[in-house]
Design a protein around this ligand. Structure first.
Ligand code: AMP
Ligand code: ZN
Length: 478
């Protein structure tokens, strides 16, 4: 019986995910909706999507909750700058996020609750923490008392003392007056008292009007939808501390049960070797890449190219290589379907409901690598060496092979195209124009000009293949 093994940040070991009788609950910290998500955020979501796809292949009954953080300093500031209500402002960015998720072929979560839709539950949780002595009220704000929770720091393995000093240093830089109301600098806000900057954004509460702190929403929503213990909780590595540590403290202090069985953290994405940040001007979004003629399919493939526990360096070379890898997979699939005399449409429908066979005959090493802590780079290596061998599957074994092939493509979230494969590569317009110019020159027996243009095209990564009647433009790497 095959199972997915993943590294658990809590135990620092790879552990198997086990099927459950009722449902397997996954909670992922979703986006803060104040702008377009960048491809770094999407690395995290693409890896989570791969886990979901594998669990579907293994026939787990997954309940997958991914929240939307639609109230915090940034969303409030954005709405006020745009003279919009918080609801309208965040709805706009939620729509953009959902559109991008679709473009990346991310499976939709079972539930995608907004923080502002569960204020009551968050307040009830804060009340429970107050009653149990884990929280205290100061000037209309409520804070979690981390000294009251002896396991604080167990996930990130940070010592409380070092936290106090770390926080003291950063508190010195903070000009937020209410930060000084805390008993201990490392205590964190569960409820934030209303400030003038909050404008129209506030909720009434037993502690006065205000809004929730960031961490409380995840504890409240995971409890509401998935119960006291979540089977798998995921997010980018930056969330490990303090966000996830605080979620643990809130949930375990309130409900007295382990909050999470398995913690999954995804390492960061860098761009051309640098940290992605607004100030460096290297934040990339799907729209920006689309403008440069890189389809979201290629971006998805590139985001999966490295192991999720190592930071991934996103480069245009990687994108280019991803594009050509996808083309090879598409071409190979069409060839396979022709041999099997199966239609592309029926295969695509099959892909969406396929499960992994008990025993794999054709791609065992692909699935073994994938199930072994999501070793996608190794799995892709196995996939390409398999395609390279071009095994001639006999008709008796064809159903088994098609099942494995469908499962493989499904796990990677590959979208098969109906059009001719050459359509898969988006050739930039200037490249097409130059190729056309070269063809005309060649027809006019103006070989010097034709060769010069070929040379320029090759330097920008495009090869021209001539036939008698026409020509084809293909990327150099293929
Ligand atoms: P945010 O919208 O800032 O709350 O982030 C949404 C998700 O993206 C979180 O799980 C973050 O940890 C993750 N994330 C942020 N930056 C990166 C990055 N450069 N690479 C990978 N994941 C990231
Ligand atoms: Zn969270």
């Amino acid at each position: 019986m095959m199972n997915l093994k993943l590294f658990n940040t809590q135990t620092r070991q790879c552990e198997e995910l086990r099927k459950k009788e009722d449902f397997f609950g996954i909670y992922c910290c979703g986006p803060t909706v104040y702008g377009p998500a960048h491809i770094g955020n999407f690395r995290t979501y693409v890896v989570q999507d791969t886990v979901l796809r594998i669990l579907n292949l293994l026939n787990f009954n997954v309940k997958y909750v991914r929240n939307l953080t639609d109230v915090d300093d940034k969303t409030i500031r954005g709405a006020s700058e745009q003279h919009q209500s918080l609801r309208d402002y965040t709805q706009y960015w939620i729509n953009i996020f959902n559109r991008d998720c679709q473009r990346l072929n991310l499976l939709p979560p079972s539930l995608e609750p907004r923080a502002t839709e569960t204020i009551q539950e968050q307040q009830a949780l804060i009340q429970l923490l107050l009653e149990k002595g884990h929280a205290y009220v100061r000037n209309g704000s409520v804070y979690f008392r981390i000294n009251s929770f002896k396991d604080y720091g167990k996930l990130s393995r940070l010592e409380l003392n070092s936290l106090q000093t770390q926080e003291q240093n950063s508190a010195g830089l903070s000009n937020d007056a209410d930060e000084y109301d805390r008993e201990q600098v490392a205590d964190f806000a569960l409820w934030k008292a209303y400030k003038a900057e909050d404008g129209e954004v506030f909720w009434e509460s037993p502690w006065g009007k205000g809004r929730p702190g960031w961490h409380i929403e995840c504890s409240a929503m995971s409890h509401l939808y998935l119960g006291k213990t979540v089977d798998l909780h995921a997010g980018g590595i930056d969330l490990c501390f303090p966000h996830h540590e605080n979620e643990i403290a809130q949930s375990e202090a309130a409900y007295g049960s382990p909050f999470v069985h398995h913690w999954l953290h995804i390492a960061h994405l860098k761009v051309e070797g640098q940290k992605m940040s607004k100030s460096l001007g290297n934040l990339l979004t799907l729209d920006m890449l689309q403008e440069k003629n890189y389809a979201p399919e290629a971006v998805r493939y590139a985001l999966l190219a490295g192991h999720y526990r190592q930071s991934l360096n996103f480069t245009f070379d990687l994108l280019q290589a991803s594009r050509s890898a996808l083309q090879k997979i598409q071409t190979y699939t069409l060839k396979v379907l022709e041999r099997a005399q199966a239609s592309l449409d029926s295969f695509k429908a099959f892909m969406n409901s396929v499960t992994l066979p008990e025993t794999c005959l054709f791609l065992p090493d692909f699935f073994e690598s994938l199930l072994d802590d999501l070793n996608v780079p190794k799995a892709l290596g196995c996939l390409f060496s398999f395609m390279h061998k071009d095994v001639n599957v006999d008709q008796a074994q064809m159903p088994q092979f098609l099942r494995e092939w469908a499962a493989c493509l499904y796990s990677l979230g590959i979208v098969l195209k109906n059009e001719d494969v050459s359509e898969l590569i988006e050739i930039p317009l200037p490249v097409r124009r130059m190729a056309e110019q070269r063809w005309i020159a060649k027809q006019a027996r103006n070989f010097k000009e034709a060769d010069d243009i070929r040379h320029i095209l090759e330097q920008s990564g495009w090869k021209i293949l001539d036939s008698k009647e026409s020509y084809k433009i293909i990327p150099m790497s293929s």
